[in-house]
Design a protein around this ligand. Structure first.
Ligand code: ZN
Length: 82
């Protein structure tokens, strides 16, 4: 099962929280990053799943389709290509 998240739609975004319940996540290359978790001394800001606040289900990065107005979110920071 795949869920879609429109990254530029606030109501869509706010359905989803990091595993610790924050809304301050951002997608990165192969995972997610949470600003609130990163600022916590005992938490790691990097995580691999988002939680749907309505259903409490967790979805892994691979099961989420991240959409922007330009199309699917692409991993833009390709390293080692030079
Ligand atoms: Zn968090």
């Amino acid at each position: 099962m795949t869920e879609e998240i429109r990254l530029e739609d606030e109501t869509d975004r706010w359905k989803w929280v990091c595993p610790n319940g924050h809304r301050t996540w951002e997608p990165t290359n192969n995972h997610f990053w949470c600003q609130s978790c990163a600022g916590h001394p005992e938490l790691d800001g990097v995580f691999y799943e988002l939680r749907n606040r309505a259903t409490n289900e967790e979805f892994e990065r691979n099961d989420l389709r991240l959409l922007t107005s330009a199309g699917p979110y692409m991993d833009v920071h390709r390293e080692g290509s030079a």
